[in-house]
Every structure is written in structure tokens, then in C-alpha cells.
Design a protein around this ligand. Structure first.
Ligand SMILES: Nc1ncnc2c1ncn2[C@@H]1O[C@H](COP(=O)(O)O)[C@@H](O)[C@H]1O
Length: 194
């Protein structure tokens, strides 16, 4: 039996967004991961939803691993409350490190960086480079246009219909936590290397 999910990388905005439900969800996710003993891996910033999810996990006694490129430390200001912050030499090494440390990926609302990170793990899944769960939280309708775009690419014949199975969209944090609890941690690289 494969081991359970022990860590989850959370991708989310470096801003709080326009709707307070985004921060409420980020807080609930941080608390929920901590309560389940799931390590939060995230981009290391102390601002926006990134800071919210990390602070909530720390306050709830969880393990948090922040990974941030050196050039962003002034811009995204890691929280001084983080026990563990890893400084990388580039954005690419940050993303690679987050990928390596995570058994699963969870996307909260965010901007272009959040979208990039989410799409990247989906493309790596498409290339059979990993089989880790990808869970997208549709808070306040944020995920609807993202899912619509992917569905349109399937309809236009650019994405295989089966690839729709690579991610799950859930309406709230309890549903995301339930998926994490139910999922086995698959092999990171089933048929290739990044
Ligand atoms: N191109 C990017 N690739 C990966 N990560 C990125 C990129 N641009 C920004 N980021 C990081 O993602 C988070 C969230 O950014 P939002 O744009 O607020 O969603 C942040 O840490 C960015 O540094």
C-alpha cells in the first residue's frame, strides 16, 4: 500500500484578492493541513494569500517549508515566524524544489504566478513525469475560467480528454483536505525525469 500524503505544495496569490473568502479559505487550508500533520510547502512569501496560509499553519502548530528565490526575498518578504525558509538561486530551482518536496499540489486563488505553477505541474503530469494529485480550489468562482480554458482546449482537440483526470476541482477546503487524506502518495517520477 503506497504511503499517505505527508506534504502538499500550495500555490496561491501573492495578493489577498478582491474577495475576503479567498483569505478565509487560505486560513482554513493552513489550519487543516497542520491539524492533519501534512507539511505545507509553499513559495515562502509573507504577503497575500501565501502569507495567510503559512501563518495559519504555523499558528496551528504545523510544519511549514518556505522556498523562495533570493531575488524575491525583498519583494515577497518571508514571514519571520517561519522555522524553515530555503533560499534558492532562481525561480526555476524554487519550483523544482517545491515539486520535489510535495506529495500533492493544491491551488488556491491567485494571479499569473499561481496559474503558471499549476499549469506546470499539469504539463509535467501530461508528460508522465509524476503522478501526484493536483487539487484546484474553486473559491468564489476563481477556478471557473481556468477549467473552461482547459475544457476548450480539449474541445478544440489540443488536449487529450483523459487529461481532465489529472486534476480535481473542489468547492471548499474540507473537500480538498478529504481528497488529500484519501489519496495515496504515488511515485514522483513514474516514467521519466524532470
Ligand atoms: N512565472 C512564474 N513561475 C512561477 N512562479 C511564479 C511566476 N511568477 C510569479 N510566481 C510566483 O507565484 C507566486 C504567486 O504569484 P501570483 O502572481 O500572485 O499568483 C509568487 O510567489 C510569485 O513569485
Amino acid at each position: 500500500m503506497p504511503p499517505a500524503i505527508r506534504s502538499a505544495a500550495v500555490f496561491c496569490g501573492s495578493r489577498l484578492g478582491a474577495n475576503p473568502v479567498f483569505a478565509q479559505a487560505a486560513r482554513a487550508l493552513g489550519q487543516g493541513l497542520a491539524a492533519r500533520g501534512i507539511t505545507l510547502v509553499y513559495g515562502g512569501g509573507g504577503i497575500g494569500l501565501m502569507g495567510t496560509v503559512a501563518e495559519a499553519a504555523v499558528e496551528a502548530g504545523g510544519t511549514v517549508r518556505g522556498i523562495i528565490p533570493e531575488f524575491l526575498t525583498k519583494l515577497e518578504r518571508p514571514s519571520p515566524r517561519l522555522a524553515e525558509i530555503e533560499i534558492t538561486d532562481s525561480m526555476h530551482s524554487r519550483k523544482r524544489r517545491m515539486f520535489d518536496l510535495a506529495d500533492a499540489f493544491v491551488t488556491l486563488p491567485g494571479g499569473l504566478g499561481t496559474l503558471d505553477e499549476t499549469v506546470e505541474v499539469l504539463t509535467w503530469r501530461q508528460l508522465r513525469l509524476h503522478a501526484k494529485p493536483v487539487i484546484i480550489l474553486d473559491i468564489g468562482g476563481w477556478a471557473q475560467p481556468v477549467v473552461a480554458l482547459i475544457d476548450a482546449m480539449i474541445a478544440h482537440g489540443f488536449v487529450a480528454p483523459d487529461n481532465r483526470e489529472f486534476f480535481r476541482v473542489v468547492p471548499d477546503v474540507p473537500a480538498a483536505l478529504a481528497l488529500l487524506e484519501a489519496a495515496p502518495a504515488g511515485p514522483a517520477e513514474p516514467s521519466g525525469r524532470l
